[in-house]
Design a protein around this ligand. Structure first.
Ligand code: ARG
Length: 474
């Protein structure tokens, strides 16, 4: 960019010699001013919403008699042509025209003249951009909702397949108690279902119309904000014009929802990375979601999972970025708020990709059931089952049972055997009342099958959860 060419007359030259706001200015903005001011580079993504908003506004203006019906018809026809031109890649984007709103309007005026110049009656770019952005966010929410449904469906399918596949459950990443893979996957189903519900809660607050708040104070024209709100599928017009043009909490809330969900995806991604490692060998990654190494021919790297694990940084970064943009801003609109769109666009692009990649990985999941089963029985994972048996059969208080079990584990450790392979006599030297019945509860399968408490890991529970989840998804 040539920083020396200080003046730029494009704003003056646009739309047949009349600028959008240059009336009181003797000269155009400097090149640097133009560069820092322009948002067209990113807000062109709002063109559909901008045109829909303008159409609704024009129809309303005609219906209340502020513009004529022929002007309204010309505006609609002209806007359709502008949309077609943008879609065909024919629109020339020029930073001198700042943003998508001015691009659309300038082209409309070129196409239809005076009628186009009447469109901006009773409206400002402040309510216009807030309207466009809310419409766009609503569309993104709806697309993400469908993507969530796909991922949840994939988790449910795999959970059903693996309702009885045992694996170690961990706390502190130490083997704790056996669980089923189906139960583990359904835990993510729960988290992601809540994320999806949060998204839908957030949608309700996104879906209010700022249109007609005008610059900040409303307008003296007899506009009908209820009419434009309804035409655009909003639930209602926003109640306060100052709030309508300055509120961005809808975007912050949306980014918070994405951030929380990205955290959830990163946890699942991390487990995929761990489980695919040689130390775990719980699963084999499909070719579709792994990559090779340029130097080590044997490598199969879980790059997709690693990148999902990493993307949360960008997504929560977007949220924090916008939080800082909004902090301390006085009412009403400030240009700072133009910086609201990129973080949201970026976060949506990142998050969509994460959902798509995670869905693919879950669909392709190939667990090594034997390895998982073996690991599930290691590290005295059924010690709690022994303690529970002592409580149930010998009526020991749980604390005492815990102590006895600790001694039994120590004995097994010294002999280098699992609990189920420890001779009965060895147990009886610690607690003489233990009988051979105890071995019924020491296997991994017995352990998981016994955990039938509500929300527990038993295969029959997993099957019920799968049925309920599938029903809720429909
Ligand atoms: N491009 C601007 C934005 O995204 C549109 C609103 C401009 N309003 C103004 N008063 N200059 O925020």
């Amino acid at each position: 960019m040539d920083h020396k060419s200080d003046k730029n007359d494009a704003v003056e030259q646009q739309a047949g010699g009349q600028s959008m706001w240059g009336g009181r200015f003797a000269s155009g903005p400097s090149a640097i001013m133009q560069e820092i001011n322009a948002s067209i580079g990113f807000d062109k993504r709002l063109y559909r919403e901008d045109i829909a908003g303008s159409k609704a506004h024009a129809s309303m203006l005609a219906s209340v008699g502020v513009i004529s019906q022929p002007d309204c018809d010309a505006i609609h026809k002209g806007l359709d042509q502008v949309a077609a031109e943008i879609e065909a890649g024919k629109m020339v984007f020029d930073p001198a025209l700042e943003d998508i709103h001015m691009h659309v309007e300038a082209r409309l005026r070129e196409l239809i003249g005076d009628a186009g110049a009447r469109l901006h009656t009773g409206r400002s770019r402040n309510d216009q951009v807030a309207t466009d952005f809310r419409l766009w966010t609503r569309g993104a929410i709806d697309a993400l909702d469908a993507q969530f449904a796909g991922l949840l469906g994939a988790l449910i399918d795999q959970a059903e397949k693996h309702a009885g596949t045992v694996m170690p459950g961990f706390t502190h990443l130490q083997t704790a108690q056996p669980v089923t893979l189906g139960h583990h996957l359904m835990a993510y189903h729960e988290m992601l279902s809540r994320d999806r519900a949060r998204l839908s809660d957030c949608r309700a607050r996104v879906n209010e119309s700022p249109l007609g708040a005008a610059a900040l104070a409303g307008t003296s024209f007899p506009i009908d904000r209820h009419m434009t709100a309804e035409a655009l599928g909003f639930d209602r017009p926003m109640a306060n014009s100052l709030d309508a043009v300055s509120a961005r909490d809808f975007a912050l809330e949306f980014l918070s929802v994405l951030s929380i969900s990205a955290v959830h995806l990163s946890r699942l991604a991390d487990e995929i990375v761990l489980w695919a490692s040689a130390a775990f060998r719980f699963l084999t990654l499909s070719d579709a979601y792994s990559t090779g190494s340029s130097i080590m021919p044997q490598k199969r790297n879980p790059d997709a999972a690693e990148l999902i694990r990493a993307k949360v940084g960008r997504i929560s970064g977007s949220m924090n970025g916008l939080m800082m943009v909004m902090k301390g801003l006085p009412l009403a609109y400030s240009k700072d708020m133009q910086e609201d769109k990129e973080p949201v666009f970026q976060a949506v692009d990142d998050f969509e990709l994460c959902l798509a990649a995670m869905t693919g990985m879950i669909e392709d999941l190939k667990p090594n059931a034997d390895v998982m089963a073996e690991a599930a029985g290691q590290s005295f994972s059924t010690a709690t089952d022994l303690a529970d048996w002592l409580v149930r059969v010998l009526n020991l208080p749980f604390r005492d049972a815990h102590h006895v079990t600790g001694s039994v584990v120590k004995a097994a450790e010294q002999l280098g055997v699992d609990l189920k392979d420890l001779p009965l006599e060895a147990m009886q030297t610690i607690e003489p009342r233990i009988t051979s019945d105890v071995f019924d509860v020491l296997s991994v399968e017995a352990s998981v099958s016994s955990r039938t408490s509500f929300g527990g890991t038993a295969p029959e529970n997993v099957k019920k959860a799968v049925t309920a989840a599938r029903k809720a998804l429909k």
